[in-house]
Write a protein that binds this ligand. Structure first.
Ligand code: ADP
Ligand code: MG
Length: 470
C-alpha cells in the first residue's frame, strides 16, 4: 500500500467520527508526506490548520493510521501549501463520490494519459472553468482559456497568463486542462510546474537519459507550464524548453504558460523565449472586484455547506482585496472558528483573523477603524529577527561582506521576505541595501533549492518563523 492509499483508508475511518462539514473543511487536500521509522508526517495545505489538528484530531488520526498500518505509532504535522496545486493532496469530493459509486463528471486523474504510457496525476479535478468566478478583469483570461480548451492549438497559441500570487493562475491552467480533456478525451495534456520541468531536466542529465524526458514533453498535444518565472537564470532549462516549445508550436500543439509577471519583465529569461511568448495571446489576472470577491465567497460557502451572515461575507470581501487565496483562507478559518465556538461567525471574528494575519492597512467599511498590526510589520523588524537569530548585525545583512556566515543569513532574509511576506523582488532589493532585484530572485531560488537537501536550513528557517510568530 502506498502512502496515499494508507491515508485514504485512514480518512475512511476518520470520516465516520467527524461531522461531515468539519471533515470537508479540515481534511481537504491533506496527505501523508512521508513515513519514517513508524512516524507518519501529515501534510496540511493550509497555514491555519496545524494548531487545530494538534488540538482536535491528533489522537483520532493516530488511531486511524495505526488501524490501517500497525507499524505507524507516532504522527506529526507539517504545512505544505503546494499539496493542492500539485494534486498530491487527497481530494475529498472525489473520494466521497467514488465511495458512492457515482459517475464523475471530471476526468479521473488516473485516466489522464501522458505520452500514451505514463499516468499523470497532475491535473486536479477540483479546478474547473465553471467554479472559476468570472468578473471584471478576469473575464478575458477566462474567455481565452475556454477558447483554448475548445480548440487546442487553434485559438491562441501560446496562451500566456500572468498575475500576482493567489489570483487564480493555477486554477485557470488546470481548469483549462480538465476542460480540454472533457471535450477532447484523446488529447494528451501534460501539466507541470516550471520547477518540476527543471528538476526533471537536471535528473535526466544526471542519469544520461534525456530521451524519456523529451518523449514526455514533446509528445504533448497540450503542454501547460505553471510559474515560468522559475526558469529565470537557468540557462540549460531554458534551452531545453526553447526546443520543446518550437517542436510543439511547429506541430500546432497548444502551449499554455503562467507567470507572476508579463513576458517583457521576466528578467533572467532569454530574449528568444520572451519573443516566443509574445507571439500568442497574453492575458493578465488581477484581483477581482468587490462583487466578484463576494460571489467567490458565496460559492465557497456553498461548497463547504456553511452558512455565514451576509454582512460577514461582505466584510471579508471588502477587506481582502489582495489575493483570493487569502480571501479563501480567512473564510475557511472563520468557518472553523464558528464551529469550534458553536456560534455564528461575526464581523469581529473576521477582524480578529485579519489582525492575526498582520493586516495593518485595512479600513473597515463600517467604522473606519484601523486593524491593529501583528508583531512583524516592517522589513526592519524582519531583519532584526534574522540578525538576532544568527548573531550578526543588521548592517551585516544588508552590507556587502561575502563571508559564508553572512551570505547565508542574507539569502535567508530575502527568502523570508519573499516567501512569508510576499515582497516584490524589487522591494527586497531596495531594503537589502539597494541590491538588484535579480539578486533577490537568485537568493530566493537558492534557498528554495537548498531547503530540499539541507536539514539544518529547514530547522533554522522553521525557528526564525516561530520567532516571528508565523
Ligand atoms: P495562483 O496560481 O495565481 O497563485 P491559485 O490558482 O492557486 O493562484 O488561486 C488561489 C485560490 O483562489 C485557489 O483556491 C483558487 O481556486 C481560488 N481562486 C482564484 N481566483 C478565483 C476565481 N475567480 N473564482 C474562484 N476561485 C478562485
Ligand atoms: Mg499557482
Amino acid at each position: 500500500m502506498n502512502q496515499t492509499d494508507i491515508w485514504r483508508k485512514s480518512l475512511d475511518i476518520l470520516q465516520q467520527n467527524i461531522k461531515k462539514a468539519d471533515f470537508l473543511v479540515w481534511f481537504q487536500g491533506t496527505n501523508i508526506l512521508k513515513i519514517e521509522q513508524g512516524v507518519a508526517i501529515i501534510g496540511l495545505p493550509s497555514i491555519f490548520a496545524k494548531d487545530w489538528f494538534q488540538k482536535r484530531y491528533r489522537d483520532d488520526i493516530k488511531a486511524a493510521l495505526k488501524a490501517v498500518d500497525d507499524t505507524i505509532y507516532e504522527i506529526d504535522f507539517e504545512i505544505d501549501t503546494s499539496l493542492v496545486a500539485d494534486g498530491r493532496g487527497v481530494d475529498l469530493q472525489t473520494m466521497m463520490k467514488s465511495q458512492k459509486k457515482k459517475v464523475r463528471k471530471m476526468p479521473n486523474r488516473q485516466e489522464v494519459k501522458v505520452a500514451g504510457e505514463m499516468i499523470s496525476k497532475m491535473l486536479n479535478p477540483k479546478y474547473n472553468l465553471e467554479n472559476f468566478v468570472v468578473g471584471g478583469d478576469n473575464r478575458l483570461a477566462h474567455a481565452a482559456c475556454s477558447a483554448v480548451a475548445r480548440r487546442p492549438g487553434a485559438a491562441y497559441n501560446p496562451l500566456f497568463i500572468y498575475g500576482g500570487v493567489g489570483l487564480g493562475k493555477t486554477h485557470l491552467l488546470q481548469a483549462t486542462g480538465n476542460e480540454m480533456l472533457r471535450m477532447h478525451p484523446d488529447v494528451n495534456v501534460v501539466y507541470g510546474t516550471a520547477e518540476k520541468f527543471t528538476n526533471e531536466i537536471v535528473d535526466a542529465i544526471r542519469k544520461y537519459d534525456t530521451r524519456s524526458f523529451h518523449r514526455r514533453y514533446r509528445n504533448a498535444d497540450c503542454l501547460i507550464l505553471d510559474d515560468i518565472q522559475f526558469f529565470a537564470n537557468k540557462g540549460k532549462t531554458q534551452e531545453e524548453f526553447f526546443h520543446t516549445f518550437n517542436e510543439l508550436y511547429d506541430g500546432n500543439k497548444q502551449i499554455i504558460i503562467s507567470s507572476d509577471r508579463p513576458p517583457k519583465e521576466l528578467a533572467g529569461l532569454e530574449d528568444r523565449l520572451v519573443s516566443r511568448f509574445e507571439m500568442g495571446m497574453i492575458v493578465d489576472v488581477s484581483i477581482p472586484d468587490y462583487e466578484t470577491r463576494l460571489a467567490i465567497l458565496q460559492n465557497k460557502c456553498q461548497e463547504q455547506e456553511a452558512l455565514l451572515p451576509k454582512e460577514v461575507l461582505e466584510f471579508i470581501a471588502f477587506n481582502c482585496h489582495h489575493n483570493i487565496r487569502e480571501l479563501e483562507g480567512v473564510l475557511m478559518q472563520l468557518i472553523a472558528r464558528a464551529k469550534l465556538q458553536n456560534s455564528a461567525a461575526s464581523v469581529n471574528d473576521v477582524r480578529d483573523i485579519l489582525k492575526r494575519l498582520g493586516r495593518t492597512e485595512e479600513v473597515n467599511q463600517f467604522g473606519n477603524e484601523m486593524i491593529a498590526p501583528k508583531s512583524i510589520t516592517s522589513s526592519d523588524e524582519i531583519l532584526d529577527k534574522i540578525a538576532d537569530y544568527f548573531n550578526v548585525t543588521k548592517s551585516d545583512l544588508i552590507g556587502d561582506r561575502r563571508s559564508r556566515e553572512i551570505m547565508i543569513p542574507r539569502q535567508i532574509s530575502m527568502y523570508i521576505m519573499r516567501h512569508e511576506f510576499d515582497y516584490a523582488y524589487e522591494k527586497i532589493g531596495d531594503v537589502m541595501g539597494g541590491r538588484n532585484h535579480t539578486t533577490a530572485m537568485h537568493a530566493y531560488s537558492k534557498i528554495c533549492d537548498s531547503l530540499q537537501v539541507d536539514q539544518k536550513l529547514v530547522r533554522d528557517i522553521g525557528a526564525i518563523k516561530r520567532e516571528m510568530g508565523l
